[in-house]
Design a protein around this ligand. Structure first.
Ligand code: NAD
Length: 435
């Protein structure tokens, strides 16, 4: 099939590349000329495991190309994916200006039947708005489909190629058939393609993300309570998670969720509810708790250094909002760094993939290091903000000899208290006894 993907971020580029992988001819359109040039030069502009191999293979096979020219893109595709940003607006709602802006141009340019697929995360009712916007000027027939994306950054290629489910929201039989044909190669193992109305599809995405954010937040609350009463959240987590109704996944407490999706999606669903005179009280609590959780370790650091962090050097391991990505949007590490800098501490940071993005934000206010041990060398304390695998089994003897104070503040509970006690560390984590 001939496919066009508008927007080549984490979702759009993965979508375009993975659709090319099954033989489709894909043109990706982006209005960021620098990014498009980079991709034309064969450079993947984001870090996403395994994407580079597929990217190169499909460019070479001439199934994947890039342009800034939206009209040329629209002429090419029979199916047009919109993978555009829907950032948080000032009032918490999803900013639809990117989606509706492109929808207007689609109306101006299309000359034959198109399926317009909204892959961006958008509030209930957006398909109607997109339809109305295109219809204002369109001289050809079209259908609008809501097809929310469930991929996880860090596993995006795998998630796209082997999705647990595909949601297609449309009442057009023709569009549903085209979408089912396009996605058939990805569900050969029997995972479902769920066809439903547009509104239900739009809400499915928000409901899923808000539920996951709530699950994390619930565990963070339990962890905070554990600290007060002397329980160990690891025992509680395993004790709970072995109940199959609860499940083992997504129960790890930490310094809050971040990223480009959960924070804005929870707020957007809350705002959509408000607009319909419906109060999502649970989401209000989730937002509040997560806000506090991101900096949960800061008072512990202040306490350890008796309120005086001025002049202390803090090594920070992990900057991305989660491992296996270079995405730093709403990353808890940045909230911690802001507080540390405000308190007069010096920050030496290391992240396997996200340092360039953080450097763009902080410049020389933070010292960026080439390795985890370069960051901890001569630091007064270590703070862990992201659970990258390489941080899981460090050389504790080396680390202890490097740090002027043998203290680790662990926002991701990577180690057991027992092992760090044996090595002679002070260890402060989330929901467990501090030593
Ligand atoms: P992103 O910011 O990484 O990428 C968006 C891209 O769109 C950028 O390359 C930008 O240059 C381009 N763009 C902006 N305006 C444009 C225009 N007028 N014409 C052409 N290109 C334009 O965003 P993302 O993370 O890929 O997210 C896109 C959507 O998918 C959002 O709604 C997001 O909520 C949703 N989503 C994201 C994820 C994720 O893990 N990142 C997962 C599922 C859903």
């Amino acid at each position: 099939m001939k496919i066009t993907v508008v927007g080549t971020g984490y979702v759009g580029l993965v979508t375009g590349t993975c659709l090319a992988e099954t033989g489709n001819e894909v043109i990706c359109v982006d209005n960021n000329a620098e990014k498009v040039q980079q991709m034309k030069d064969g450079v993947v502009p984001i870090y996403e495991p395994h994407l580079d191999v597929l990217f190169e293979r499909n460019i070479e096979a001439k199934r994947l190309s890039f342009t800034t020219d939206l009209k040329a893109g629209l002429d090419h595709g029979e199916v047009i994916f919109l993978a555009l940003p829907t950032p948080e607006d000032e009032d918490g709602s999803a900013d639809l200006s990117y989606v509706l802006g492109v929808a207007k141009e689609i109306g101006d340019y299309i000359t034959d039947y198109k399926v317009i697929v909204d892959k961006s995360t958008v509030p209930v009712g957006t398909a109607e708005k997109v339809t109305a916007t295109i219809a204002k000027t369109a001289k050809a027939e079209f259908d609008v489909v809501s097809n929310p994306e469930f991929l996880r950054e860090g596993f995006a290629v795998d998630d796209f190629l082997k999705p647990e489910r595909i949601v297609i929201g449309t009442e057009s039989k023709k569009a549903a058939e085209i979408m089912q044909r396009l996605y058939k190669p990805y569900v050969r193992s029997g995972n479902p393609i769920l066809v439903m109305d547009e509104k239900s599809a739009e809400l499915t995405k928000y409901a899923a993300n808000s539920f996951l954010a709530t699950k994390i937040t619930f565990m963070n609350e339990i962890a905070n309570y554990c600290e007060l009463v002397g329980a160990d959240v690891d025992h509680v987590r395993i004790g709970m998670g072995t109940d199959s109704r609860i499940g083992k996944r997504f129960l790890f407490p930490g310094i809050g969720y971040g990223g480009s999706c959960f924070p804005k999606d929870v707020k957007a669903l809350h705002k959509s509810g408000k607009d319909a005179d419906f109060s999502f009280k649970i989401l209000e609590a989730v937002v509040d708790i997560n806000e506090q959780q991101k900096t949960k370790l800061f008072p512990k650091m202040e306490g350890y250094f008796k309120g005086d962090l001025k002049g202390k050097t803090i090594a920070v391991w992990g900057l991305a909002f989660k491992p296996e990505t270079d995405d730093i949007r709403e990353a808890p590490a940045l909230y911690m760094i802001d507080l540390l800098l405000e308190a007069g501490a010096k920050v030496k940071a290391f992240d396997p993939e996200a340092m360039e993005n953080v450097e763009r934000k902080y410049g020389d206010k933070v010292t960026f290091c080439n390795s985890m041990y370069e960051a901890s060398e001569a630091a007064d304390a270590l703070l862990i903000c992201t659970e990258w695998s390489i941080f899981r089994t460090p050389d504790f003897n080396k680390l202890k000899s490097q740090l002027s104070e043998p203290v680790i503040f662990d926002g991701r509970n990577l180690y057991t208290t027992e092992e760090l006690k044996d090595f002679g560390f002070h260890y402060l984590s989330i929901g467990r006894k501090s030593i």
